[in-house]
Design a protein around this ligand. Structure first.
Ligand code: URA
Length: 431
């Protein structure tokens, strides 16, 4: 078999076989096929697409390119969730402790942020001392002890995806359904959970800009997961504006703590509770969806979820005292942005808000960029809010870079007009 023939076949719009897909994934992972040939193949896939069968073979080949985490030493049903990436998406930070406080086993491997979307691991690192790299056996024993652990991906999980993702990022081949679906599912299938909820973001801050594309991605991922024997649910949730108010690593930990103490923004609570209710049912802890939602709401209000978060922080070496006043984790240098108009906020371009946070240093433009954990922004207004001219619309937490650019991006991202708009956050559920 020759890689040139495989590239030509896909270039001409033909369907690749399982053997061909296994061949190029193995060859690339082992360093036998160079970046330039895989770049050409990725671009051919981008233009010619893959059918569901090819995408499934690709996900399975990438899963099998490295280790699969064996969670069988944790009794019961292990759950996981994954977001396709959004702005201000701190759901995992709230959902994990919330579910664990109700007896669910939450053994999660999370990623770092890239581009305008943040990553849970960077966020957790803004808690002084919090260790995101721990041996798998300690990860498992922590889940057995306190019901939760959140760590970075181990070096050997889906190494093919790591290489491919880095290459896609620099060859403009990230945003295509078969490559996103196989990338996400290869990691999910290797990370050992029995039940998975996928939060497929749709809107201008997400990879999927239209509901139609988001449905296609969701159905494909659910199909791949089921084929591999997992309980699967995908929710389509809006990324028409950032989730919650705070964007940036320590800022998102701050908002997660507020939410775990029953003071969270409505949209963040809604998405977290919806995902949580599916997982409470999947874990067979509750059988009625509406009752599950009430239990989750109660655990946010009565302090149980926050207590579990503190246990998580302590178990992974984090300084619990630093959370007594999470404002101390933020940069002391702030800049207020004042509204230049009066009216209703009609649109907040989440992509540009994410870019603004990135320019301040909260995210990486390339994977080797340094991240400032204490910078970002707090949006005071959401879609539907009324704002007066001269009223603060956002506070920037800054260091030394990107301030003017971030300010302009934010002012341009927020559309103010006459209409009081309402948005639907949870758009569809796909099983
Ligand atoms: N997240 C992933 O893990 N992979 C993608 O391709 C896109 C989002």
């Amino acid at each position: 078999m020759h890689i040139v023939d495989i590239i030509a076949k896909k270039r001409d719009g033909k369907v690749l076989t399982k053997n061909e897909i296994d061949f190029f994934i193995k060859g690339y992972t082992e360093g036998k096929i160079p970046d330039y040939q895989i770049s050409a193949l990725l671009m051919a896939i981008y233009f010619q697409n893959m059918n569901d069968e090819e995408s499934t073979y690709l996900a399975l080949a990438m899963r099998d390119s490295g280790d699969s985490i064996d969670l069988s030493d944790i009794p019961g049903i292990k759950v996981d969730k994954h977001s396709t990436g959004g702005v201000g998406d701190k759901v995992t930070l709230v959902l994990g402790p919330l579910l664990a406080s109700l007896g669910v086993k939450f053994a999660k491997m999370s990623g770092r942020g890239l581009g305008h979307t943040g990553g849970t691991i960077d966020k957790l690192e803004s808690i002084p001392g919090f260790k995101v790299v721990i041996p798998v056996k300690d990860f498992i024993s922590q889940v057995n002890k306190i019901g939760i652990s959140i760590v970075g991906q181990s070096g050997d999980v889906a190494p093919a995806d790591k290489k491919l993702y880095a290459l896609r990022d620099v060859t403009a081949t990230v945003d295509t359904i078969p490559l996103i679906a196989s990338s996400i599912m290869s990691k999910k299938l290797a990370s050992g959970a029995d039940a998975i909820v996928l939060d497929v973001k749709v809107g201008h801050g997400a990879f999927m800009k239209t509901e139609e594309d988001a449905v296609k991605l969701a159905q494909l991922m659910v199909g791949i997961g089921k084929l591999a024997g997992k309980k699967m649910t995908a929710l389509l949730t809006g990324m028409d504006e950032p989730l919650g108010h705070k964007i940036g690593n320590a800022l998102e930990v701050y908002e997660a703590i507020e939410t775990l103490n029953g003071q969270g923004p409505k949209d963040l609570v809604e998405v977290t509770v919806e995902i949580g209710a599916h997982l409470l049912l999947d874990a067979q802890i509750e059988s009625d969806f509406e009752v599950a939602k009430i239990q989750l709401q109660e655990a946010l209000q009565n302090g149980m979820a926050y207590q579990k978060f503190l246990e998580l922080v302590e178990a992974q070496g984090g300084d619990v005292n630093s959370l007594l006043d999470p404002g101390l984790l933020l940069s002391k240098k702030t800049v207020e942005i004042l509204s230049e108009k009066e009216g209703f906020v009609m649109d907040i371009n989440a992509l540009d808000i994410g870019k603004a946070a990135m320019r301040l240093g909260a995210g990486r433009e390339t994977k080797d960029d340094e991240v400032y954990l204490d910078v970002g922004l707090d949006l005071h207004k959401k879609i539907g809010s009324f704002v007066k001219k001269g009223e603060p619309i956002a506070t920037l937490y800054v260091r030394d870079k990107g301030i003017d650019e971030a300010k302009q991006l934010i002012l341009d991202a927020i559309t103010i007009g006459k209409e009081e708009k309402k948005i639907v956050l949870i758009k569809q559920t796909i099983k």
